[in-house]
Design a protein. Structure first.
Length: 323
């Protein structure tokens, strides 16, 4: 690899996180700044620049050579041209050439992609996916995003829109997802969906969810996904049923992904992954019920290396991986 560090940038609706990442995928330093998403395109770009400049200023005169900047940007976007098209949570950018504008400021190579694709690449290069040729990565959090890596490269498909695994329907009669389709796995197994099902169960029979109700201060509307995980660990019946149902939904979905891709490894990241990590073996055991691949249980199901810093590491991987 070339000498020098890479700057990884994670742009969200409310924050810009930036970090210096070395050749081993270690984040040497990072900063966070507010994102300005509701003004014009230049205001959004200025927010990104403030984060990068704060990161570089912190290195002082001994700052190492920077050989590239990788950006996890909100989609939809075109990773080939580096254009952000029309993200619903960052309304300041419409067909905005983010890569080109950042390159003009800093004079180094700039690459962009969505967060799940970039995080998948970081896991392939430096994380739980090292040594595997075919990787299916899923981030389970507020939503469900996925990335597919073949031989060290992100699979983008014909138009760059491939890898939207979170919007695969597992029940056409199921609840309507935020994307507009009915019964997507995201509508069943993301953090808000887990919370919603737990609240419904608790409202139907509060006596069965005493631990969960206590954690929520006796207010069902205050139940969170993290509380469901805590209550489940303490043996709360409502929380346990909710998590077990989530495990079954994920098993159905991942069975479909195995039949479609036959990956060498499945990696689970995102904010809900910590709560689900103790259930990965159980999901793997259930795969034969939900796929026709007779060797499904040979596929490792692993927790991602990168947690909250997946966007920074992912951004850096976009440059380091020469996508």
């Amino acid at each position: 690899m070339e000498e020098g560090l890479i700057i990884g940038v994670d742009v969200g609706g409310t924050k810009v996180a930036a970090g210096l990442v070395d050749a081993a995928g270690e984040i040497q330093r990072q900063v966070r700044k507010p994102m300005v998403s509701d003004q014009d395109a230049e205001a959004g770009l200025a927010a990104v620049r403030r984060a990068i400049d704060a990161l570089l200023d912190g290195e002082g005169k001994s700052s190492p050579k920077i050989r590239g900047i990788g950006i996890c940007a909100p989609g939809p976007l075109d990773p080939t041209t580096g254009t952000v098209i029309n993200p619903p949570n960052v309304t300041c950018w419409r067909n905005f050439p983010l890569s080109r504008e950042v390159e003009k400021i800093y004079g180094v190579k700039v690459a962009i992609d969505n967060d799940a694709n970039a995080a998948a690449l970081a896991e392939a290069m430096w994380g739980s996916g090292r040594g595997y040729r075919q990787i299916f990565y899923a981030t389970v959090g507020t939503g469900i995003g996925t990335g597919i890596i073949f031989d060290g490269h992100i699979y983008h498909g014909r138009t760059g829109a491939a890898g939207e695994g979170g919007h695969n329907t597992i029940d056409y009669r199921g609840p309507r997802c935020g994307c507009g389709k009915p019964g997507c796995i995201e509508a069943f197994a993301c953090g808000p969906a887990i919370t919603s099902r737990a609240r419904t169960r608790l409202a139907e029979n509060p006596a069965r969810g005493k631990v969960l109700l206590e954690l929520a201060g006796e207010d069902i509307s205050k139940v969170t996904t993290a509380m469901v995980g805590q209550a489940c660990a303490a043996g709360d019946p409502v929380a346990k049923e909710t998590i077990e149902e989530t495990v079954e939904y994920l098993s159905i979905w991942l069975g479909n992904m195995v039949d479609l891709l036959d990956p060498g490894v499945i990696i689970i990241g995102g904010g809900v992954s910590g709560m689900l990590s103790s259930y990965l073996c159980e999901i793997r055991k259930r795969l034969p019920k939900w796929c026709i691949n007779s060797r499904a249980q040979e596929i490792p199901l692993l927790k991602a290396r990168y947690g909250a810093d997946a966007g920074i590491a992912g951004g850096a991987a976009l440059c380091a991986g020469n996508q």
